[in-house]
Design a protein around this ligand. Structure first.
Ligand code: CMC
Length: 436
């Protein structure tokens, strides 16, 4: 194999012990080999050729991406090169949205223009409001959101023109702008409250809080600490490279579906309790534990494999999730305003016990972004059904950034994995009256 950095190509030598043949495949930047290079490895000439077998894509890079960088072993998360800690401290959500969508932090003029565009696209067609209020009063907010986002595609049929940069941008702005409106409408409907429409003088999160929580007052003033806390949480959730929902977005988008339909699919992927539904699951878990004295028994049931410690563990972080650190601090800021969430003590003790327990230590299971976010949301007055929605609003920025990157990537085509067939060989049809 060629020496690294010698100017010659890096390659990987493979010996097929079934045939004694040797192969040399190129090692590309990022320490990857092309799965297609394995196809030449055959026993018989008419064989299909070798494939890589990777259920759940645990060791497969499906794309090159310049959006988000994660180093799971070092606890690093960067958007377009900027560390998440700096963005959470110094930036705000719409600036980060611009960074993710356009690749660069905006100039002052660009930022003003982008904020204006988003602010003036927050309204939804009245028929969307009608659709949304047609759901049963107890409908889960995420189900309402998924349906409403999918329905938006019928209001903007031009969204199908995914090859046109300007049309793509218009849909991206629409989605970023309308997600809080849809989310607030879903919440108000669930609570049986009249809808509150967007108001342009608020910030992105201030407007959201107004649409959610204004009752009986003409002038609503969002608490600046809560407004900022929500903004920070939105920054932290804005993107996370090739996770389950982003992969769904890319896969659906690869068929050239419009972005609203693709985004509805990504949201459905996020809804599951192992992904964006985890913060809701954490809250339910903490409520069920109920008291710190029940923690040891709970931990034992986790170790027996009867259940999972929700909010712990991550496919890529094998160290502390950097977002969890920031969220823990934000939680304290929020509790100064709202009063401490009584479940916090259970969460803190659960974390402390788990981080000392060999079961969790040996498996590198640390708190993830969802362990504390639910406590903040609950203290701010959100019902648990809204938690995945609060994840979906900022993540739509990440989904859209990754979707456009996929569309512009010359190497991408319609996504279509292979399988290793393991079912029955050819069989003859047996009529129903002769089946045993
Ligand atoms: N509680 C108990 N055991 C766990 C947990 C957990 N939360 N997570 C992983 N394990 C164990 C698992 O049983 C396995 O043990 P063993 O080797 O003995 O079979 C080992 O750790 C490896 O787990 P895995 O399922 O192979 O890991 P994964 O990378 O497939 O799963 C995960 C990642 C996030 C789905 C998983 O850790 C989990 O279910 N966590 C709880 C749900 C959660 O908090 N999800 C939010 C993720 S962060 C937000 C997001 O990005 O969506």
């Amino acid at each position: 194999m060629a020496e690294r950095g010698s100017g010659t190509r890096d390659t990987l030598s493979i010996r097929d012990n079934r045939t004694g043949r040797d192969y040399e495949v190129e090692v590309l930047e990022g320490d990857v080999v092309r799965a297609m290079d394995l196809r030449q490895i055959k026993v018989e000439d008419d064989d299909f050729g070798m494939m890589a077998y990777d259920p759940a894509f645990t060791n497969t890079a499906s794309t090159r991406s310049s959006v988000t960088e994660i180093d799971g072993s070092k606890g690093i998360l960067r958007y377009r090169g900027y560390p998440i800690e700096e963005l959470a401290e110094k930036s705000d959500f719409l600036e980060v949205a611009h960074l993710l969508l356009k690749g660069e932090l905006p100039t002052a003029d660009e930022l003003e223009g982008f904020v204006h565009e988003v602010t003036y696209h927050t309204y939804v067609h009245q028929n969307i409001a009608k659709l949304l209020t047609g759901f049963r009063y107890d409908a889960h907010a995420m189900g309402i959101m998924i349906s409403s986002v999918a329905a938006l595609s019928t209001f903007y049929p031009e969204a199908k023109r995914i090859d046109d940069a300007q049309t793509r941008w218009e849909q991206m702005v629409r989605i970023v702008a309308k997600m809080p409106t849809l989310a607030a409408f879903a919440y108000r409907h669930h609570r049986g409250l009249p809808l509150v429409y967007p108001e342009n003088h608020f910030s992105y999160t201030g407007n959201f809080l107004n649409m959610l929580f204004r009752i009986g007052v003409k002038e609503f003033e969002p608490d600046p600490v809560l407004e900022r806390a929500l903004d920070v949480l939105f920054i932290l959730h804005a993107d996370h490279e090739q996770n389950c929902s982003t992969t769904a977005m890319r896969v659906i988008g690869s068929s050239q579906a419009d972005p609203f339909s693709a985004l509805a699919g990504a949201m459905a992927a996020l809804y599951g309790p192992l992904h964006g539904g985890a913060n809701e699951a954490v809250l339910r878990m903490l409520t069920e534990i109920g008291d710190t004295e029940n923690i040891p028994g709970f931990i034992e049931s986790v170790k027996r494999g009867e259940r999972r410690l929700m909010g712990f563990g991550h496919r890529v972080y094998k160290a502390y999730d950097p977002r969890a650190n920031i969220i823990k601090k934000t939680a304290h800021d929020v509790f100064e305003v709202t009063g401490k969430n009584p479940l916090l003590d259970i969460a803190l003790e659960l974390e402390e016990i788990a981080l000392k327990d060999d079961y969790f230590v040996s498996r590198n299971l640390y708190p993830n972004v969802d362990f504390y976010s639910g406590l903040i949301y609950q203290a701010m007055g959100f019902p648990v059904e809204m938690f995945p929605v609060l994840f979906a609003i900022p993540r739509s920025v990440g989904w859209l950034s990754q979707w456009e990157e996929m569309l512009l990537d010359k190497e991408q085509r319609i996504a279509r994995p292979r399988q290793v067939y393991s079912g029955a060989g050819e069989r003859q049809y047996v009529p129903v009256d002769r089946r045993g």
